[in-house]
Design a protein around this ligand. Structure first.
Ligand SMILES: Cc1cc2nc3c(=O)[nH]c(=O)nc-3n(C[C@H](O)[C@H](O)[C@H](O)COP(=O)(O)OP(=O)(O)OC[C@H]3O[C@@H](n4cnc5c(N)ncnc54)[C@H](O)[C@@H]3O)c2cc1C
Length: 449
């Protein structure tokens, strides 16, 4: 019997881990190579003991389209994710920084769990995946930062920064938005854009740091809310996560970045109280509500971020390499689609491999081509909408701010009124898979005739 094919998965983030699980279930032998050091834990004053490498960041959205794709891909994993969620919501709120002028976007027509946006700690979601990788005996190698990729007709070889190499039949490039794989394989593609800078943070929901002066910490809206000050291009996003007694926030400046470490790469800040005070003072100057600035001021973990944007790629594969997750289509997080797009990628790859039983021996080129046909239009349209929302977050005058808000109000108003499925959140990946497969099969039958 032929031995199953090996896959080098570069990057052990949510996309790499899910891709590895998907490939293992389809009989391939993935190994994950991750640049982070699992032992060098990020500093968290409240938890001085060593952390696993995924204990980082804040909450992450599993949007209705992402949860739909995850359930299709692996119903058992989906249930485990649901058990670990921190909250759900049916809509998203956008107001001015002082909480006025509400715009409400309902996710999709409500037909059960899929219509809800699920919030989960990124670290919890990642832990669930990594535990499953361990159970599936998928090897994980830390401290492996890819620096070179070479391919022949039948093999791919990755070289790491420590001089070691690994070879496999295929390579999954899942090394995130600042992907080295993308630069190595597509050196002529335009570089990732920095669309803004900011921070993400977590606080204990309902905690009262000083009962005499500070009310219990929480954002005023029960649904996730984005407070914007379009005149200086800033926003504060907040979500109360009652199922885990935590609150999560993101603040960002679309323009004029200031005092943010270069290439922070998601490393949590060391002096949390000092940074928290600095950011809370800053958002108060932007006109934020006291509830929002207090949630920030008493944070327990803060991580600097870039709002990055990968210019649309022309293809998501090259030879024996396929791009999964942010590496191929990292987009500004204005719709929280990073995680959901990585899940859609894996769901599509899974179904294509099922439909091409000779994937490992002869059909990988067809699978990768169809993957492009399904995924490129989708990720480009999600990116376009995320960029459009990003643009609405910066206005050069009060007049253009008003026009932008009227536009968004009209757009979401019509959607909400008619219960229309939103093209981003209401997307069901199986429809496109079926369409593209049917077209392919018709073409093969026609060419065989
Ligand atoms: C540490 C971290 C924390 C995050 N926290 C949040 C959050 O709190 N909320 C949120 O909405 N989004 C967060 N994100 C982004 C979010 O995880 C992604 O948008 C989404 O889940 C898609 O995941 P991904 O695996 O494609 O990318 P990523 O999550 O970026 O994972 C990519 C992985 O590849 C590794 N890697 C990078 N370069 C190399 C290389 N050269 N060689 C080997 N490995 C490499 C990285 O260390 C990382 O583990 C975070 C990303 C990171 C890296």
């Amino acid at each position: 019997m032929e031995e199953s094919k090996t896959v080098l998965v570069i990057g052990g983030g949510p996309a790499g881990a899910l891709a590895a699980l998907t490939l293992a279930r389809q009989g391939l032998r993935p190994t994950i190579y991750e640049k982070r050091d699992t032992k060098a834990a990020p500093l968290d004053p409240l938890k001085p003991e060593p952390h696993p490498f995924w204990e980082i960041g804040a909450t992450i959205d599993l949007c209705p389209n992402g949860s739909y794709a995850l359930e299709r891909l692996d119903a058992e994993l989906y249930q485990e994710v649901l058990l670990n969620k921190t909250g759900t919501s049916k809509a998203f709120h956008m107001t001015l920084m002082d909480g006025s002028d509400l715009i409400r976007q309902q996710y999709v027509k409500h037909d059960g769990e899929h219509s809800k946006d699920i919030q989960i700690l990124r670290s919890t979601y990642h832990r669930v995946l990594m535990d499953r990788c361990t159970k599936a005996k998928i090897p994980f190698v830390a401290n492996k930062c890819v620096v070179k990729i070479e391919q022949t007709e039948s093999q791919v070889t990755a070289t790491f920064s420590d001089g070691t190499t690994a070879s496999g039949d295929f390579l999954v490039a899942a090394d995130g938005i600042n992907s080295t794989c993308r630069i190595l394989l597509f050196p002529d593609e335009p570089p990732v854009m920095k669309a803004g800078v900011g921070f993400v943070g977590l606080f204990d929901l309902g905690f009262t740091p000083d009962p005499a002066t500070v009310p219990p910490l929480r954002f005023e809206s029960n649904e996730p809310i984005m407070y914007t000050n379009t005149l200086n291009g800033s926003f504060v996003f907040g979500a109360n996560c009652p199922e885990a007694n935590i609150g999560s926030w993101v603040i960002a400046m679309i323009k004029q970045p200031e005092e943010v470490e270069e290439e922070s790469d998601w490393n949590p800040v060391k002096d949390v109280p000092k940074q928290a005070n600095h950011i809370a003072d800053m958002v108060e100057k932007w006109g934020a509500l006291k509830s929002a600035s207090n949630a920030i001021r008493y944070s327990k973990r803060i991580t600097p971020i870039w709002l990055s944007d990968v210019p649309d790629m022309k293809t998501l594969h090259k030879g024996r390499v396929i791009f999964i997750g942010d590496s191929g289509h990292g987009i500004p997080p204005t719709q929280g689609q990073g995680l959901s797009q990585s899940i859609e990628d894996c769901a599509v790859l899974n179904e294509l491999i099922i439909n091409f039983p000779n994937f490992s021996t002869s059909d990988h080129a067809a699978v990768f081509k169809l993957f492009d046909e399904i995924r490129l239009p989708r990720v480009h349209s999600v990116a376009a909408q995320s960029r459009m929302i990003m643009k609405q977050m910066y206005a050069s005058s009060v007049m253009s701010m008003r026009i932008g808000r009227i536009f968004l109000k009209a757009l979401f108003g019509v959607q909400n009124l008619f219960g229309l499925e939103d093209a981003v959140f209401g997307y069901k990946c199986d429809r496109d898979i079926a369409k593209v497969l049917a077209k392919y099969k018709k073409g093969s039958v026609a060419s065989a005739a």
